[in-house]
Write a protein that binds this ligand. Structure first.
Ligand code: HEC
Ligand code: HEC
Length: 85
């Protein structure tokens, strides 16, 4: 390849990387609520994920303290969507 071509390709590469970065910075905010860090959830922060998820429905189920809304997304593996933060 000619030197000029290489230079041009490098510039294009940097420009493209810039565009992708701008795109990522402008991505909409994550809207999935985090697992709140309160006394109801504190113990789940240190627990193994699969272990913790077995207990969510003690409160987050129909007829319990805080049921999921009807349009809640598929609820397989709570903690993959609801980050503990
Ligand atoms: C002891 C009952 C209880 C258990 C067990 C429990 N939660 Fe909760 N959860 C609540 C209550 C009450 C609220 C609403 C008040 C608050 O923010 O703490 C809540 C709120 C939440 C919210 C925030 C919802 C919103 O509207 O912002 C998420 C996400 C959540 N819980 C996920 C989980 C997950 C995942 C688990 C299992 C690892 C879990 N919870 C286990 C009682 C519980
Ligand atoms: C596929 C991703 C995903 C999974 C898996 C998931 N959730 Fe959610 N959850 C969401 C999103 C997104 C919202 C916000 C819905 C909205 O605002 O309409 C939400 C909302 C909630 C809320 C607030 C009340 C409501 O229904 O809007 C609670 C509590 C909650 N989830 C608990 C759980 C629990 C407990 C599990 C496991 C049994 C779980 N979630 C699994 C994505 C998920």
């Amino acid at each position: 390849m000619k030197k000029d071509t290489v230079l041009l390709l490098n510039i294009l590469f940097v420009a493209l990387a810039g565009v992708i970065l701008i795109f990522l910075f402008n991505a909409p905010e994550v809207t999935t609520p985090h697992v709140p860090k309160d006394e109801n959830h504190q113990k789940f922060f240190t627990m193994h994920k699969k272990e913790a998820e077995k207990q969510c429905e003690q409160c987050h189920a129909q007829g319990k303290e805080y049921p999921l809304s009807e349009d809640h997304p598929p609820k397989y593996r709570c903690l993959l969507c609801h980050i503990r933060k």
